[in-house]
Write a protein that binds this ligand. Structure first.
Ligand code: IVH
Length: 673
C-alpha cells in the first residue's frame, strides 16, 4: 500500500509526462478524461495533506509549455485557465459563490461553447494585426504571427468604428471535423501518420515553421474575449463586446446566449450537448461567464482561474479500452475493412462495441495488437475510431493482427496493389457481399442494358434467394418475378424479354458489365478491340494488357486479378456456355473503328431533333465506339444539340466544347442512319 506522499509523487510524475506529450509533442497518449481524473485525485490528496502541496504541482499550473523553436511573446495580461466542473451540483456551488461575493446583485451569465482547440491571442495596433501568440505557460507564449496570418477567418485589419489604438483579442483556433478527416486521410496516405484528434491537428498546424503548411491546413477561429485594451471605448457587458468584435469582422460563434438564472445555463448546456455532433467541430463543454465587466473585476481570480467563469464539461468523447478481436468486413465494392471488437465502453452516452481500423496501413501505423489498450474517440455520427495504443499498458498476451489473404465471405483472393492502401476482394462476380452492386452494374443501361430490373427488384430477388450471381438472373422464373414484386404479368414478361434480349450483346458491353475495377466504358472498348473475343480476353497477360491505350500498371493488375480468380472464371464461362450469352466479335480489320470521326469520343446528346430520334442517334453512335454521357463535363468531346438555349448548350459553350447540330451529325455519319 502506497503512502500519500508516494501517491502524490507518482501522480505528479505521470502528469508531467502526459503534459509533455500533450502540450509539447501535440501527441497525447491518454484521453483527456484520464488526465482530468488524475488531476482531480491529486487535488484531493493535496487538499487532504496541505503540507504536501507544492507550487510547481500540475494542479497549480495553467498548462502548456513553450517549444524552443518559436520566438517568445510576453502576454500583457496573463492567459489563464478555467475551472472545470462536470455536474450540476458544482455549477450551483459556482453560482452561489458568485452571488455571495456580489452580495446577491442581479447577475446575467453569458453562456458560450467551450471550443476544443488552442487558445490564441491576437494583437491589433491601430486596427492592424501585428502579433499573434499561443497561450504557452499563460504568461509567455510563442510568436505565431506569420502562421495566424494564413487563417482565412482572422482579418488582417479591423473594419468599422470604435477601434481602439491597441487591443488584445482572445479566442480559440480549431479545425472543422470535415477538414480534420481530409487532413488525416492525406496524412495517413502520405506519411503513415495521423493526428489523434482535431485539437492536436490544430495545435500541430499552427506551430509549423513554414506558414505555407499552416495555410494548407484549413484552420478556423472563434473569439471569446478580450485582453488589454488601450485608448478604446468598450462596453461594460461581455456579450456586447463580443458583438463589437463581430462588427470589426472577427468570427464569433452563433451559439452564445445570455441567461438570468443558472437553471437556464443548464438548459443551454443540455441543448448544446444534444446538438454537439451537428456543429461540425469539437467542443468539450460550455463556458459560463458573468456578463458584467464590472462584476468580473470585482470577482477577480483564484490562483490561475477566474472566479467569474467556469467550464461545464461534457462527458468524455474519448476513453480507453481493450481490443478483444479484429474482424474483417467486406463492403459492397469489395473493400476489406478491419474492425476492432472492443471491450464495450460508454462514450458520450452511447455504448461502443467496435471501432473502424480503416485499412492494413492504419494497423501498421498504430502498431496495433490484439489485447492492446487503446484510446477510442467518437465524434459526431462518425464511426468510433482507434486513436492510439497505450503502449505502456501492453500485456504479454498481446498478439499481432494478421490481415487475411482470402475474402472472409467468398474466399476469393484479396488484392492490395502496390502503392494503394485499400485491400479488395477480387471475387467481384462471386462475392455475396458485393452482389447488390455487381448485379446493379451488370444490368445498367451502358452494360447489359436489361430494362425494368431496377434497384428494388434486385434487392428483392437477392433477399428471396432467387439471384445469387449474375448468371442466376438468366434463370429467373416469371412466376417468381410476379410473386416477389407483385408485378403485373405483362411487366414480368417485359423483364423476361429484356433479359433474353440482353443475351445478344457486344464484347465491349460485356467486359464493361463485369465491373472490373478501373475498367470503364472507354477501357472496355479498347480491351474489346484488342482481344476481339472473350476467350482471348480471359487469357490476357500483363504484357499484352499494358500495351493497350489507357491501361496502366494498376488497371492491368485489377484485370489480371479479376480474370485469374477462379470464382469469376466459373461465372463467366457459365454465362457464355450455359446461359448462351452471344457476344458479337470485333473484326480486327474493322475500318469503321479506326477511321470513324467519333471513335472513342465522349458525346452528350441534348433535346429533340427534326428528322432523327435521340435514341437512334445514340444507338448508331454507340455501335461505332462512341461513349454517350448524360452530363457535360471537361471530358466531353462533343455536344449534339439543335437548340442553343439549353443549360447543356450554355455549359458546353463555356467549356469550349464543340457543338454539332442535326444536319452536321447526319453528314458526319455519312447518312448511314
Ligand atoms: S474564456 C480566463 N471561453 O478553454 C480564461 N475559454 O480551460 C478565459 N476555451 O484557455 C478563457 N472556449 O483555450 C474561454 N468560450 C470560451 C472558450 C475557452 C474554449 C479554452 C481556452 C482556454 C481554456 C480554459
Amino acid at each position: 500500500m502506497k503512502s500519500p506522499i508516494e501517491k502524490i509523487i507518482e501522480l505528479r510524475k505521470k502528469l508531467l509526462y502526459h503534459e509533455y506529450l500533450y502540450y509539447v509533442q501535440d501527441s497525447p497518449e491518454i484521453p483527456d478524461i484520464e488526465y482530468d481524473q488524475m488531476i482531480i485525485e491529486l487535488k484531493r490528496l493535496e487538499k487532504k495533506y496541505p503540507t504536501l502541496s507544492n507550487p510547481t504541482s500540475s494542479t497549480q499550473l495553467i498548462g502548456g509549455k513553450r517549444s524552443k523553436i518559436f520566438g517568445k511573446i510576453k502576454h500583457n495580461m496573463p492567459m489563464l485557465s478555467l475551472e472545470n466542473i462536470f455536474n450540476k451540483t458544482d455549477l450551483f456551488i459556482f453560482d452561489q459563490k458568485v452571488k455571495k461575493k456580489l452580495e446577491n446583485e442581479e447577475i446575467q451569465y453569458c453562456c458560450e461553447l467551450k471550443i476544443d482547440g488552442l487558445a490564441v491571442n491576437l494583437i491589433y495596433y491601430n486596427g492592424l494585426l501585428v502579433k499573434a501568440a499561443t497561450r504557452g505557460d499563460g504568461f509567455i507564449g510563442e510568436d505565431i504571427t506569420s502562421n495566424v496570418r494564413t487563417i482565412k477567418s482572422i482579418p488582417h485589419s479591423l473594419q468599422g468604428n470604435n477601434i481602439p489604438m491597441f487591443v488584445e483579442i482572445r479566442g480559440e483556433a480549431f479545425i472543422y471535423q470535415k477538414d480534420f478527416e481530409k487532413l488525416n486521410e492525406e496524412y495517413r496516405t502520405n506519411f503513415g501518420k495521423a493526428f489523434a484528434n482535431p485539437r492536436n491537428a490544430a495545435a500541430g498546424s499552427i506551430r509549423q515553421l513554414d506558414p505555407n503548411v499552416t495555410a494548407n491546413r484549413s484552420l478556423s477561429f472563434f473569439c471569446y474575449g478580450l485582453g488589454v485594451v488601450k485608448e478604446g471605448n468598450l462596453s461594460s457587458s461581455h456579450i456586447k463586446n463580443l458583438q463589437q468584435l463581430r462588427k470589426w469582422g472577427l468570427p464569433i460563434s452563433d451559439y452564445t446566449k445570455i441567461v438570468h438564472d443558472i437553471n437556464d445555463a443548464i438548459i443551454f448546456y443540455e441543448e448544446i450537448k444534444k446538438n454537439r455532433y451537428n456543429l461540425g467541430f469539437d467542443i468539450d463543454g460550455i463556458v459560463i461567464k458573468v456578463d458584467s465587466e464590472k462584476m468580473k473585476n470585482h470577482l477577480g481570480y483564484i490562483t490561475k482561474v477566474p472566479r467569474w467563469a467556469v467550464a461545464f464539461k461534457f462527458p468524455a468523447q474519448e476513453k480507453s479500452t481493450c481490443i478483444k478481436e479484429v474482424k474483417f468486413q467486406v463492403g459492397r465494392t469489395g473493400v476489406i475493412t478491419p474492425v476492432a471488437i472492443l471491450q464495450p465502453i460508454k462514450l458520450g452516452g452511447v455504448n461502443i462495441k467496435s471501432a473502424t481500423l480503416h485499412n492494413a496501413k492504419e494497423i501498421e501505423r498504430l502498431q496495433l495488437h490484439i489485447d492492446d489498450v487503446v484510446v477510442i474517440r467518437r465524434a459526431g455520427d462518425v464511426i468510433p475510431q482507434v486513436m492510439n495504443v497505450i503502449t505502456s499498458k501492453r500485456s504479454k498476451n498481446s498478439r499481432k493482427i494478421i490481415f487475411p489473404q482470402n475474402c472472409p465471405v467468398c474466399n476469393s483472393h484479396i488484392e492490395r496493389i502496390k502503392g494503394e492502401i485499400i485491400s479488395r476482394c477480387t471475387g467481384g462476380l462471386a462475392c455475396n457481399a458485393q452482389k447488390n452492386n455487381t448485379i446493379k452494374h451488370f444490368v445498367s443501361s451502358k452494360a447489359m442494358n436489361i430494362r425494368g430490373v431496377g434497384t428494388k427488384i434486385i434487392h428483392k430477388l437477392i433477399k428471396k434467394g432467387y439471384v445469387k450471381t449474375i448468371a442466376d438472373l438468366f434463370l429467373i422464373d416469371k412466376r417468381n418475378l410476379i410473386k416477389i414484386d407483385g408485378l403485373a404479368f405483362r411487366a414480368a414478361q417485359n423483364i423476361i424479354n429484356a433479359i433474353n434480349k440482353s443475351k445478344n450483346t457486344t464484347l465491349q458491353r460485356f467486359i464493361f458489365a463485369l465491373g472490373i475495377r478501373e475498367v470503364g466504358e472507354i477501357n472496355a472498348i479498347e480491351l474489346a478491340n484488342h482481344f476481339v473475343n472473350i476467350e482471348n480476353f480471359m487469357l490476357a497477360d500483363f504484357n499484352s494488357l499494358i500495351k493497350i491505350k489507357n491501361i496502366g500498371y494498376k488497371t492491368a493488375k485489377h484485370i489480371l486479378n479479376f480474370i485469374k480468380e477462379k470464382n469469376n472464371k466459373k461465372i463467366i464461362y457459365q454465362l457464355i456456355n450455359e446461359v448462351g450469352i452471344c457476344l458479337s466479335e470485333i473484326k480486327s480489320n474493322d475500318d469503321k473503328k479506326q477511321n470513324n470521326y467519333f471513335y472513342g469520343k465522349i458525346v452528350v446528346i441534348s433535346g429533340s431533333f427534326l428528322n432523327l430520334k435521340q435514341s437512334i442517334i445514340k444507338s448508331r453512335l454507340e455501335s461505332i465506339g462512341v461513349i454517350i454521357k448524360n452530363h457535360i463535363s471537361k471530358e466531353t468531346d462533343f455536344l449534339i444539340s439543335n437548340k442553343s438555349n439549353t443549360n447543356k448548350y450554355i455549359k458546353a459553350q463555356k467549356l469550349g466544347i464543340k457543338i454539332i447540330n442535326e444536319n452536321a451529325i447526319i453528314k458526319l455519319l455519312k447518312n448511314k442512319f
